[in-house]
Structures are given as structure tokens and as C-alpha cells.
Design a protein around this ligand. Structure first.
Ligand code: ATR
Length: 280
């Protein structure tokens, strides 16, 4: 780690909780590799203190902050300007302080898409099946619609939430999302539910894998465990490309870092971050 001095620009993460986050290690590692004088810390912000914390970005001269659960939607009302993409996603995870004005961005969906490309999967022109309709699903779904997925189908335990997400995507980008399985096979199948996440590692969101073949790619937003039961079963049923959630975590951070520092970060740093930060 390079020395922190009087010139160090500050970055941070607002969340509740934040102790589990890998963002400090990830961002500080990039600063070290690129020799940039930034320091990134985790800042535990309770919902009742969110507005004061956002005002604090300007008051304390922070260069920027990332925002994680449960603040990604609530924080939008306190910002001066929100990017067109973040407006469409209805979510902000990156705030940049430019001369006292706060700009909001969302890098989650870009990060997820980059992780799919890195893992050998594509979205454009593909039939995509998504399990789950929670907070993490919305930006991804809108991004896929904007990219030009051939079809997007959302399956969720609570049907109303799938329908509400479909309505949101239609409103944001005039794209018709399906909320029932209508195809016999899919090119890309994604788990965005929390089912199978540590400590409930034996759980799986589905037990019917009939829509999988050798050309189906599988992705899970979960990174702990590295291989969920969902991914293992997708592989056993023929999927050759299986991508876990670590890439999303890393790439959303890389894109956020680029926004904070106006520096182009070589995508190849992904493998170095995996090794140096996650020991993989
Ligand atoms: P959010 O991301 O909005 O905070 P969440 O509570 O973390 O939402 O849940 C994320 C997704 O996992 C949701 O789609 C949720 O399904 P519901 O909308 O029906 O709640 C899904 N999920 C969580 N636990 C589940 C379970 N045991 N079985 C099936 N789906 C589940």
C-alpha cells in the first residue's frame, strides 16, 4: 500500500452493514497498481444517517463513494445529477464529487455484463432466462434489454415482483419481458436469487433443468460459495460455460474506479485482483 499523505484523495463505501465488503481491498489494490494517491475505506451508514452522510461527501471533500445495500435507491434523491443509465436502472452504486456537485452512476449491470463476456457468455441476440426479481435483478434486466437480448424471461417465487419488474423494464426501455417460461431452451440462464448463498449452500432455486443443453451458458450472482448447487447442476446437465458472481463484484468495482479517477483501467487487472485480493 502506498503511503497516505496530505494529498491523498478519499473514497469510501456507504452500506449497512459494510464489514463483509471486499471493496476496500479491491479499490486500494487498483490504486497501488496504478500508483494513484487514493485511499478507500468502508463507512457504516445507517439508513437514518444517509442524507447527512451524502452531504458529508461534499463537506469532507471525498472524491467519491460507492453505495451498497440498503441505500442504492434511497440515495438517488440526494444527488445533483444522475446518469441516463442509472436513471433507467433506478439505482445508483457510484457517486462522484465534481467540484461539490454529486453525480450518480450505476456500474452493477456493466460489471455483470463484463463478467459474462470474460466468462465466455453473450447476451446480444440471446434467449435469457433469469431466476429472481430482487434489487440486483433490475439493472441487469434493463441492461440486457438495452443491449438487445432476443428474449428475457423472469421467473420468481413471488409472481407479482416478476410482473412489477417486467413493467419497470417496459417503462424504462419499451422492452417486453416475459414472466413465464415459453421456450423449450435458453442460451443464458442466470440465478439472481439469494438461494444457495452461504450458509445455505445446499439450496437451489430450481429443480427442473430440462431447458439446458451444451450451448446453454449459466451464471450465478452468488460468489460465496464459488460453485453453488445451481451452477453445479447446470454443469451436470450440460452447460459448458458456468460463471459465478465474483466477476460481477470485481468488474463493477473496476468500472466505478474508472469513474472516480478518470483513469482507464486495463480489463486484464481482473485476473490480478482475483489472485491478489481473493487468493484465487
Ligand atoms: P432484494 O435484492 O430486493 O433485497 P432479496 O430479498 O434479497 O431481494 O431477494 C432476492 C431474490 O431472491 C428475490 O427474487 C427473492 O424472491 P421473492 O421475490 O419471492 O422474495 C429470491 N428469494 C429469496 N429467498 C428465496 C427462496 N427461499 N426461494 C425462492 N426465491 C427466493
Amino acid at each position: 500500500m502506498q503511503p497516505i499523505d496530505g494529498h491523498t484523495k478519499l473514497l469510501g463505501l456507504f452500506g449497512d452493514p459494510v464489514e463483509h465488503s471486499f471493496s476496500p481491498q479491491l479499490h486500494n489494490y487498483i490504486s497501488e497498481v496504478y500508483g494513484l494517491n487514493y485511499a478507500y475505506g468502508a463507512l457504516h451508514v445507517k439508513p437514518k444517517n444517509l442524507e447527512a452522510a451524502v452531504r458529508g461527501i461534499v463537506a469532507l471533500g471525498y472524491a467519491g463513494v460507492n453505495v451498497t445495500a440498503p441505500h442504492k435507491i434511497a440515495v438517488m434523491q440526494y444527488l445533483d445529477c444522475i446518469s441516463e443509465d442509472a436513471k433507467k436502472y433506478g439505482s445508483v452504486n457510484t457517486i462522484k464529487n465534481v467540484d461539490g456537485k454529486l453525480y450518480g452512476y450505476s456500474t452493477d449491470a456493466d460489471g455483470f455484463y463484463l463478467s459474462l463476456l470474460e466468462g465466455g457468455a453473450e447476451v446480444i441476440g440471446k434467449d435469457v432466462l433469469i431466476f429472481g426479481a430482487g434489487g440486483a435483478t433490475r439493472p441487469v434486466c434493463v441492461k440486457f434489454a438495452m443491449l438487445g437480448a432476443k428474449s428475457i424471461t423472469i421467473i420468481n417465487r413471488t409472481q407479482e415482483k416478476a410482473d412489477a419488474l417486467a413493467a419497470f423494464v417496459k417503462d424504462a426501455c419499451a422492452y417486453e419481458v416475459l414472466t413465464k417460461r415459453e421456450h423449450s431452451r435458453y442460451d443464458l440462464v442466470i440465478n439472481t436469487t439469494t438461494v444457495g448463498m452461504s450458509p445455505n449452500v445446499d439450496a437451489c432455486p430450481i429443480n427442473d433443468f430440462s431447458f439446458v443443453d451444451a450451448n446453454t451458458a449459466a451464471a450465478d450472482m452468488i460468489y460465496n460459495p464459488a460453485e453453488t448447487v445451481f451452477l453445479r447442476k447446470m454443469k451436470e446437465n450440460g452447460a459448458k460455460v458456468c460463471i459465478n458472481g465474483l466477476g460481477m463484484l470485481i468488474f463493477q468495482g473496476i468500472v466505478a474506479y474508472e469513474i472516480f479517477t478518470d483513469t482507464k483501467i486495463d480489463r486484464s487487472i481482473y485476473k490480478d485482483i482475483k489472485r491478489e485480493v481473493f487468493g484465487l
